[in-house]
Design a binder for this molecule. Structure first.
Ligand code: NAD
Length: 478
C-alpha cells in the first residue's frame, strides 16, 4: 500500500496526528493508498516553513524563478507516463486523457515561468508635472485549494503563478485525488525549488482546508471547487480581508442552431458532454437544440453512444472511465432518479455499469435525458457527471433565456454559421467564457472564471499574476 506524505520545508513528513485516510482507486473500488489526515498543526508547520522561505524567494530574481519553474515543467514532461498512470488510477479518467492533462500541467509551469520575466508595471504621467508608477510585490504566504477532477492540472494552474510572482505557497489538494500532488514534491526538489517555497498539506477539506483558510497570516486564497464550499470559504476569509479567487461550479449550455456545421457541432457536443466522465467544470450539460434539427441531432448522439466504451481507464480504447468516488457515483445516480420523477425521458444510459473484471468500480453509462422543464432540478443544479439534458428551442431569444436561466454562469458554447447571431449572443450570455464553434479551446492568457454562482475573480495570464501581487501606487512630483 502506497503511503502519501505531506511535503513541508522540502521534506516528506507524516501528519502530526499520525493518522491516515483511505485513498481509493475508482476503477476497482479498492483502497490502494493512504494519505495524511492533517490538521491545524500541519498548516502551522507549513506556514513557518513558507514564511521563512519567503524572505529569500521574494528577492530571488525573476530570471532564476523562470529557470526553476521551467525546470519543473521539463521534469513533469519527462515523467509524463508515470504521472499520467498515477492520475488515471487516482481519478478514474482514461489514461490517454491523463497524458494530455499532465502535458498541460507542464505547460502551466512553462507559461507562468515566462510570465515571471515578462510581468511589467504601469506608469501614468500627469500632464508632465508628476508620474505615478505601480509597484507589484508578492503577497507573502498564500493558500491554493484544488478539486479532484483535473488534479495536477488545476493545482499547477494556481501554484505556478503564485510562485512566479514570488509568493510561498501552502497547497491543499483534494483528499479524493492526492497522488500527483504528492509526486510533485520530489519534482520540485529535483528542479531546485528552495525548501519551504511550496508546501503541500493533505487531508479533509472541512478540517485542514478550513484551517488553511482561517490561518490569520495567510493573506490570499485561490480556491477551485464546489459553489457551496466557495460560499463557506468566503464567509471565513472575508472578515479577515483576505484576497480571494473563487472558481466554482457550472451548468453550462451548448446552443446548437440549425445553420451550424452539423457534424462538427454534434461531435464536439458528444465530447463536451462526456469527456472526463462529464467531470469538467466546463462540460456542456444542457444541450439546447433549434427545433428543425432536434430529432436529427438526438439521433446522431444516440447512434454514437451505441459504440461508446466505458471501462478500464488504463486501456487505450476506453472513452469513459470510472466516477471519482462512491459518494459522487451515488450523487449522480440520485440525480438520474430525480430526473425520472420530474418526468424526464431517459434516451440513453441512466444506470450504473459493471464492466467485466471491474465489477466493484464506480461506472455510470453516458446518460441523455429529454422532456425536462427549465425549472427541473436536473436543468438547474450541477450534476458534474456523464448526464446531459436535451431541450428544443424556437428562437434566438428563447435560446438565450434558457441559457441564462440558471444560478450559474461559467461557460457556454454557440454553434452557428451566422456571425452576427454568434456575436450578439456572446455579448448577451451571462457567463465568463463563450466558445463559438468550438469547445475547450484554451489560451492561457485569457481571463478564466465565472459570473453569478460560478465564482468571483478571474485567473489566467496577467489576471493570475495580478491576483498574487499587492499593487502599490507611487506618485512622484516632478
Ligand atoms: P469541493 O468544493 O468539495 O472541494 C474542493 C477542494 O476544497 C478540496 O480540496 C476540498 O478538500 C476543499 N475543501 C472542502 N471543504 C473545504 C472547507 N470548508 N474549507 C477549505 N477547503 C475545503 O469540490 P470538489 O467536489 O472537489 O470539485 C468539484 C467542484 O469543483 C464542482 O462544483 C466543479 O464545478 C468545481 N470546479 C470548478 C472549476 C472552475 O474553474 N470553475 C474547475 C474544476 C472544478
Amino acid at each position: 500500500m502506497k503511503i502519501i506524505q505531506n511535503f513541508i520545508n522540502g521534506a516528506y513528513v507524516a501528519a502530526q496526528s499520525g493518522e491516515y485516510l483511505p485513498n481509493y482507486n475508482p476503477a476497482t473500488g479498492q483502497i490502494y493508498a493512504q494519505l495524511p489526515d492533517s490538521d491545524a498543526r500541519d498548516i502551522e508547520l507549513a506556514y513557518l516553513a513558507a514564511n521563512e522561505a519567503f524572505y529569500l524567494w521574494r528577492k530571488t530574481s525573476s530570471e532564476k524563478r523562470f529557470k526553476i519553474l521551467n525546470r519543473i515543467a521539463e521534469i513533469i514532461d519527462n515523467k509524463n507516463e508515470e504521472l499520467a498512470i498515477a492520475e488515471s488510477i487516482d481519478q478514474g479518467k482514461p489514461l490517454w486523457l491523463a497524458r494530455t492533462e499532465i502535458t498541460r500541467s507542464a505547460q502551466n509551469f512553462r507559461f507562468f515561468a515566462s510570465a515571471a520575466i515578462q510581468f511589467n508595471s504601469d506608469c501614468n504621467v500627469m500632464d508632465g508635472h508628476a508620474i505615478n508608477y505601480t509597484l507589484k510585490t508578492p503577497i507573502g504566504v498564500v493558500g491554493c485549494i484544488s478539486p479532484w477532477n483535473l488534479p495536477l492540472y488545476l493545482l499547477s494552474w494556481k501554484i505556478a503563478p503564485a510562485l512566479a510572482t514570488g509568493n510561498c505557497v501552502i497547497a491543499k489538494p483534494s483528499e479524493i485525488t492526492p497522488m500527483t500532488a504528492y509526486l510533485l514534491g520530489e519534482i520540485c526538489n529535483e528542479a531546485g525549488l528552495p525548501k519551504g517555497v511550496l508546501n503541500i498539506v493533505h487531508g479533509l477539506g472541512h478540517k485542514v482546508g478550513n484551517d488553511l483558510v482561517s490561518h490569520p497570516e495567510i493573506k490570499a486564497i485561490s480556491f477551485t471547487g464546489g459553489t457551496n464550499t466557495g460560499k463557506h470559504i468566503a464567509s471565513v476569509a472575508a472578515p479577515q480581508f483576505k484576497k480571494l479567487s473563487l472558481e466554482l461550479g457550472g451548468k453550462n449550455p451548448n446552443l446548437i442552431f440549425a445553420d451550424c456545421d452539423f457534424e462538427k457541432a454534434a461531435t464536439e457536443t458528444l465530447r463536451s458532454s462526456f469527456l472526463n466522465q462529464g467531470e469538467i467544470c466546463l462540460c456542456g450539460s444542457r444541450i439546447l437544440i433549434e427545433r428543425p434539427i432536434y430529432e436529427k441531432f438526438k439521433a446522431f448522439l444516440l447512434e454514437k453512444l451505441n459504440h461508446y466504451t466505458v471501462g478500464n481507464p488504463l486501456l487505450d480504447e476506453t472513452q469513459m472511465g470510472a466516477i471519482v468516488s462512491e459518494q459522487h457515483f451515488e450523487k449522480i445516480l440520485n440525480y438520474i432518479e430525480i430526473a425520472k420523477q420530474e418526468g424526464g425521458k431517459i434516451l440513453f444510459g441512466g444506470e450504473a455499469l459493471k464492466p467485466k473484471g471491474f465489477e466493484n468500480g464506480w461506472y455510470i453509462a453516458p446518460t441523455v435525458i429529454e422532456n425536462l422543464s427549465q425549472s427541473s432540478r436536473c436543468n438547474q443544479e450541477e450534476i458534474f457527471g456523464p448526464v446531459v439534458t436535451l431541450t428544443p428551442f424556437d428562437s434566438d431569444e428563447e435560446a438565450l433565456d434558457l441559457a441564462n436561466g440558471t444560478p450559474y454562469g461559467l461557460a457556454s458554447s454557440i454553434w452557428t454559421n451566422n456571425l452576427q447571431r454568434a456575436h450578439v449572443l456572446a455579448s448577451e450570455l451571462s457567463c465568463g467564457i463563450v466558445w463559438i464553434n468550438c469547445w475547450l479551446l484554451r489560451d492561457l492568457r485569457t481571463p478564466f472564471g465565472g459570473m453569478k454562482q460560478s465564482g468571483v475573480g478571474r485567473e489566467g495570464g496577467l489576471h493570475a499574476m495580478n491576483f498574487f501581487t499587492e499593487q502599490k501606487n507611487v506618485c512622484v512630483k516632478l
